[in-house]
Design a protein. Structure first.
Length: 30
């Protein structure tokens, strides 16, 4: 889960987007 080969999984993309949004929210909140 370190290097992204090819986003052929929609589930992974959705999970990553949600995770990124959460991290961004936390970063902005700090």
């Amino acid at each position: 889960m370190a290097a992204k080969s090819k986003p052929s999984k929609p589930s992974d993309d959705s999970a990553e987007q949600a995770r990124r949004a959460l991290q961004t929210s936390m970063d902005t909140r700090q």
